[in-house]
Design a protein around this ligand. Sequence first.
Ligand code: UDP
Length: 333
Amino acid sequence: MRILVIGGAGYVGSHTVRQLLRTGHDVFVYDNLSKGHRQSVKDAELIEGELADRQKLIRIFREREIEAVMHFAAFALVGESVAQPAIYYQNNVSATLELLEAMRAAQVWRIVFSSTTATYGQPERIPIAETTPQMPINPYGFTKLVIEHALSDYAQAYGFGCAALRYFNAAGASPDGDIGEDHDPESHLIPIVLQTALGQRERIGIFGNDYPTPDGTCIRDYIHVDDLADAHLKALDQLRPSSNLQLNLGTGQGQSVLSVIEACRKVTGHPIPTTVEARRPGDPAELVADSSLAKKVLGWEPQYPDIESIVETAWRWHSAHPRGYASQAAAAR
Ligand code: UDP
């Protein structure tokens, strides 16, 4: 299929692009490179552009005869969304609505959309199934939920075939160590812990140890980025006119911040000093997926079910590229 991957130079997008190419799809990456990395797009055409540029998207859809869209381009930091909601509503909602209108104009009806566990807020019952009420507790979660609603309305009214994939915590890297996670500034737990193991930081700050969890630190469900990518390919196969899939993607294993740090100590052999800091605004105590629906509907099964195997792939990437993609750019010069 001919697929436009919006945000294909980003973390989850770049891993998905690779899998799409490997399975024989024609892949075009559309990215404004504000967060993404040119070096992560190796074998697909990279088109630089803005998500909000409806006319440009319409042109690309027509000229490249695009049949499906995967939409990864979003701001995705809970804390930042609390501090700067405007950019979240602009990019994640307003610009995405331009994309949907471009698709409608060019009669592209298939879309796989990156949604998030943050649409659930802090549910009363864990694990979280798709039937759990969606009540976000931060602007990031709200922006993703708005688009989920837009997609189901577009499916019903305009015949779009949509899949909203609700990621839990994306983690890890391509097992060959070639592409991986690189945010600037980095704010995600595993990369920061591994930067500490590399000696780039003195210690890792734990954001709160007084949550109502067994060790007092937040619990998350870390899912390997290649398992997320695989689910995108499988969801694409399922899209039919007027269909609307909404699926959780996680391993079902909850890991506390302390247990993630312990796994990183084991994998790296580094003591990884810690310090306890204040809670981060907007953080729910516990988010763990019930992904049985995705397994059933997609025939999907995570290939990295445990945290250590996920951290191993992340460590391969970070130790080979201690400055992320900047290391590769320097090596190429
Ligand atoms: N976290 C932490 N210290 C850090 C970064 C993150 O304690 O330096 C915690 C954070 O509070 C959350 C978990 O690690 O409970 C995962 O955070 P991350 O930012 O990786 O992903 P999120 O859950 O926000 O999507």
